[in-house]
Design a protein around this ligand. Sequence first.
Ligand code: CA
Length: 218
Amino acid sequence: MSRILIAEDETRIASFVEKGLRAAGFAVTVTADGPGALAEAQSGQFDLMILDIGLPGRDGFDILQTLRGEANPIAVIVLTARDSATDTLHGLEGGADDYMSKPFRFDELLARVRLRLKDSQPGPAGSLHVRGLELDLKTRRIRVDGTLHDLSAREFALAEEFVRNPGQVLSREQLLSRVWGLDFDPGSNVVEVYVRYLRAKIGSDHIETVRGMGYRLK
Ligand code: CA
């Protein structure tokens, strides 16, 4: 059974999400303040956290940054204030796996929870090879000229997109859509940031910048 942590100080929201997730078969814990949320997430007992940005004591961005700084692999869905594109961006750049803006429908949240939990399960056995790169779909690591590198969930998704489409130019919009699930361009440099992370791990010469068009795996 997957274990989910809800960090939300609005009791009405926390309670309806908690009830819905329990009814869907998850084990759920609720915490209503920032320091408590961080401590629970650091316990390693949860597979996924639903994280409100506006929490007393310590805000959601700060919690996310701390967890990612510690390489904590917990999947995080950020709850942002309605129409706050800035919050959405901050969340994605800070390492959130997904976001929901308030108000939201429970079934939409549930679909995202299921998707993110599936992402964090070990994938099918096997690996994808392309010239000096081997992407292991089960362990979600990449081997570059014989050396293994760990990838974050998002880095893995990005690497997979390149390795499945070698030699093709992938535009920022395509990557935002396929890797981040964003059907709009939030005007952020999140793609550039993650391409940089990936290059730092696999070497800068594998991913080529095609000016004005996007990126290509050589
Ligand atoms: Ca709040």
